[in-house]
Design a protein around this ligand. Structure first.
Ligand SMILES: [Zn+2]
Length: 377
């Protein structure tokens, strides 16, 4: 009977990051009782945490633990430690310098009462914006003179039309609080300009696990990220992970991502290159003022001949290849002959070598033929 219960659970739960089916069976879970209901405000009430891990993406996540009503409001107290604040400020300064962001539009997601916004302003960024869901924090930021939107990212993105507006975003210890990380990171991608960068910081589960720091588990951290988990999540949502490091003695993971891609599509450069190469091929043929042969009947040469013939109606009078198995077949109605015939061919003085990595070898072999030999790289 007990195994039947477990089996129901096994088929029911899916990893919220990679979609892998997860077991919630007790022997594969961590159950912690008597966890204070509130992480940041005092409460006598307690909850039980049921923690499971995804073998596929490595995400450690809570199961069936109620979400706090104010889960997206930020509580932090970095001002308490002068040393910690200085370290964070150095980290921000380095990010600004390395990515040349001093005049950039930068946004902090989950900016709390503005503690990081203050540091970002102190290192010289003028155009800093914040997003904060907690009402008190939001008003505190306004009082400090910051430009801050009130709400969570998906709602603010829609309402304020923030698509492709920011050169950079930062988000410190916020992602782990969110119940739908895919939705959140997709929104981060949306607000970032093409070529823009982002810095995300979360607790480092690799370190928590290695040192068995069980006191780190709280109801408000919905996910714990390993290096591979956060790289998977960010990549899945379109970002390129540029850099990842452990810091603050290993307990924090800092990831820097970039939004790659081009406004005219991801294959635009490749399309342009195809057209450029085919035109260059045509110009080279025109420059020969006479018929030409091709040495090489492999994939490269076949593709090039096919496209050039289709677009410009040009094709070789002979095609040669050293591989006997290819001989007798046709490319654009030209029969492939054995390479030995190349030296004695009639009525054609030009041979274009299209043999990929064997180009030099074939070029040297034909160099004594008295024909004009051209390597096509
Ligand atoms: Zn997973």
């Amino acid at each position: 009977m007990k195994s039947a219960v477990n089996r129901v659970h096994v088929t029911k739960y899916k990893c919220k990051i990679c979609g892998e089916r997860l077991s919630t069976a007790k022997n594969e879970s961590l159950i912690i009782d008597d966890v204070p209901e509130n992480t940041f405000n005092f409460s006598k009430n307690t909850v039980n945490l049921h923690v499971i891990a995804c073998k596929s993406c490595g995400a450690v996540q809570l199961v069936n633990v109620p979400l706090s009503a104010d889960y997206d409001a930020v509580y932090r107290s970095i001002g308490v430690s002068v040393a910690y604040r200085e370290e964070k400020k150095r980290q921000i300064k380095k990010f600004i310098e390395v990515y040349n962001l001093i005049d950039a539009q930068v946004i902090e997601i989950g900016c709390g009462n503005g503690q990081f916004l203050e540091m970002i302003r102190e290192v010289g960024i003028e155009k800093i914006t914040g997003i904060e869901a907690g009402a008190n924090n939001y008003h505190e930021c306004l009082n400090k003179g910051f430009n801050v939107f009130h709400g969570n990212l998906p709602r603010v993105l829609k309402k304020e039309k923030l698509s492709n507006l920011f050169d950079a975003f930062v988000s410190f210890h916020y992602l782990e609080h969110l119940p739908n990380p895919i939705n959140f990171v997709t929104c981060l991608y949306e607000i970032t300009k093409t070529g823009g960068v982002g810095l995300i910081e979360v607790p480092n589960y690799d370190y928590i696990e290695k040192n068995n720091i069980w006191l780190e588990f709280t109801k408000d951290h919905r996910f714990y990220y390993r290096k591979r988990t956060i790289c998977y999540l960010l990549s899945k949502c379109g970002f390129d992970v540029e850099f990842i490091e452990e810091n603050n003695g290993g307990i924090c993971l800092t990831v820097i991502v970039r939004k790659l891609g081009k406004s005219d599509g991801i294959f635009s450069a490749m399309r342009n290159q195809i057209q450029k190469d085919i035109e260059e091929f045509k110009l080279m043929i025109e420059g020969l003022k006479g018929p030409f042969a091709v040495y090489g009947a492999g994939h490269y040469s076949q593709l090039l001949i096919n496209i050039a013939h289709k677009q410009y109606g040009i094709k070789p009078v002979y095609i040669f290849d050293s591989n006997k198995q290819k001989c007798g077949n046709k490319i654009c109605d030209v029969v492939i002959e054995h390479g030995n015939n190349a030296i004695n061919m009639q009525n054609c003085d030009n041979i274009i070598v299209i043999c990929g990595i064997y180009n030099d070898e074939v070029f040297n072999m034909l160099s004594s033929s008295g024909k004009k030999i051209i390597k096509w790289e």
